[in-house]
Design a protein around this ligand. Structure first.
Ligand SMILES: Nc1ncnc2c1ncn2[C@@H]1O[C@H](COP(=O)(O)OP(=O)(O)OP(=O)(O)O)[C@@H](O)[C@H]1O
Ligand SMILES: [Mg+2]
Length: 497
């Protein structure tokens, strides 16, 4: 027998399960691949087992019925054949008729006939030859202690009712079993969904939503009351949580390292700045000293006029203001605040150049700039730090050249919603075999005392992580004042809004 069952998404099944708990049904509709497979396997295996067991069960029942019937027939032979033999012997036709009628009254027996010698004496019912049991009994009579065969009783019993009964039972039992399997499958899905798939889905959702900002939120699968037992799901959840904690501590470690790096870069920059401050202060300080000592001498010699006094005091005030403004520039640069603000890039460049100009002028490095007035919303001090890193790198490379003009080109422009800052020098460019590595931390080609190799690393961190921008480098060959040069070209791209 072949039983074909179509699984869920079919409409008919929905009708069959109308009486089911809606929740259970919705679970069945939403089942996923594992559940589908599981149901299929449960169904196939259980159906096969059911079919085999139903087959053997009904086969036994059939054999039992046939055996029972054989016993009934043998009872006829043992108990009633003597009566028939007597009726035939005495030619008692009424008794013979009665005997046959009695036989055919049995619902299974459809035909009976009696032979006397070779000739048919009497028959009752309709004979049939397919799906029947046919039995022949020899009718014997004992006369003077001698047994004589006086005839033959033929009985035909129809097996069709038995077959249709067995067929009905087969269908009934199979349907009941299939129904049981369906219920068990649904329960299995329900249990799997409740105890496994729900948790797997939660884990997948957690993994999908995981980001650095919510890494501190632990994965919690169960309510606190059922978290006593530690099953496989808990083990996986615990592993995910310990992985998360490891990640957190790694990130914290990296953050600390980054902070140390940032601090180191700042300290290095500060060293250079102090040189700058000293240089920038020398001139106003000498103006102040000269003016003050001039006033004093003129006063001692009674030569100090009011006009001269005012002029000198003005000079002192102007120089002091200049000192104060240089201090502001430097203090702003070392401020730790990470708040973005709106500023014009032209101002940023004038601050940057004033911070480093001294070294560039001293070394006769010419800066040729073409800076568009662009307002951006970003971290100005950090941008200044990046610009100083790039300009200082160019300066370091340019100082090795002594047979050419030393040039740095700064070009600032906007395109779409981005601001581009291009800084190019004519120092010969970066060797092709190291150009891919210059943004790595601690990569340097300079002597220990001159470079740590974190300048560009920090610059890229600042541009990409704090300003959502990019920083790229390439070597460029170009002509300036009829001379061909080669140099490194850095391009910073940051969104203006
Ligand atoms: N304009 C340039 N021309 C040629 N090479 C450059 C240029 N800018 C950077 N480089 C190369 O990239 C390397 C890395 O630069 P980076 O600024 O990261 O470190 P550094 O300048 O060596 O040290 P520091 O940490 O003091 O800045 C430099 O050592 C140099 O070899
Ligand atoms: Mg550097």
């Amino acid at each position: 027998m072949i039983v074909t069952i179509t699984l869920f998404p079919n409409m008919d099944v929905e009708q069959v399960f109308v009486g089911f708990d809606i929740r259970l049904w919705s679970i069945c509709v939403n089942i996923n691949k594992i559940s589908y497979k599981l149901i299929l396997y449960i169904f196939l295996i259980s159906s096969t087992i059911t079919v085999i067991s139903v087959y053997f069960q009904l086969k036994n029942e059939y054999n039992e019925q046939i055996k029972q019937f054989e016993i009934e027939l043998n009872n006829i032979k043992n108990n009633r054949l003597d009566i028939l033999s007597q009726a035939i012997w005495t030619v008692d036709n009424d008794s013979i008729d009665m005997f046959l009628k009695d036989l055919v009254d049995n619902e299974k027996i459809i035909y009976a006939k009696i032979h006397e010698g070779n000739k048919e004496l009497i028959s009752l019912g309709k004979p049939k030859h397919i799906d029947v049991i046919e039995k022949e009994f020899i009718i014997r009579k004992t006369l003077n202690n001698k047994v004589r065969d006086i005839g033959k009783l033929v009985i035909i019993a129809d097996l069709t009712p038995l077959y249709s009964y067995i067929g009905k039972r087969a269908i009934e039992t199979t349907l009941i079993e299939i129904f049981k399997i369906l219920i068990i499958s649904l329960l299995v899905i329900f249990v799997i969904k409740k105890f496994l798939i729900n948790y797997l889905e939660k884990m997948a959702l957690y993994a999908n939503n995981l980001s650095i900002s919510n890494l501190h939120v632990a994965l919690e699968l169960k309510n606190s009351e059922d978290s006593q037992t530690n099953n496989e799901i808990d083990i996986v959840a615990n592993s995910i949580n310990s992985m998360r904690e490891n990640l957190l501590s790694e990130i914290e470690k990296n953050r600390k390292n980054d902070n140390i790096l940032a601090q180191q870069t700042k300290m290095a920059a500060m060293g250079e700045m102090i040189g700058n401050i000293a240089h920038q202060w020398r001139q106003p300080l000498s103006v102040i000293t000269t003016a003050a000592s001039g006033i004093k001498i003129e006063h001692e010699m009674n030569m100090l006029t009011d006009k001269r006094l005012i002029e000198s005091l003005d000079g002192i005030t102007k120089s002091a203001k200049h000192l104060s403004s240089t201090i502001d520039d430097f203090r702003d640069f070392f401020k730790q605040d990470k708040e973005k603000n709106t500023f014009n890039i032209t101002g940023t460049f004038s601050k940057t150049l004033s911070l480093i100009s001294n070294q560039f002028h001293n070394n006769e490095i010419k800066i040729i700039d073409d800076i568009e007035s662009v307002v951006v919303f970003a971290l100005e001090n950090e941008l200044i730090q990046v610009l100083i890193n790039i300009l200082n790198n160019s300066r370091d490379e340019l100082l090795v050249k002594n047979d050419q003009e030393l040039l740095i080109f700064i070009n600032v422009y906007t395109k779409d919603t981005f601001m581009f800052i291009e800084i190019k020098d004519n120092a010969g460019g970066i060797k092709e075999d190291i150009i891919d590595r210059i943004f790595e931390p601690y990569f340097t080609t300079k002597h220990k005392a001159q470079g740590t190799g974190i300048g560009l690393y920090m610059s890229e961190e600042i541009i990409s992580k704090h300003m959502n921008g990019t920083i790229d480098v390439n070597n460029e060959i170009f002509t300036y004042n009829n001379t061909q040069y080669k140099g490194a070209r850095f391009v910073i791209k940051i969104p203006t809004v």
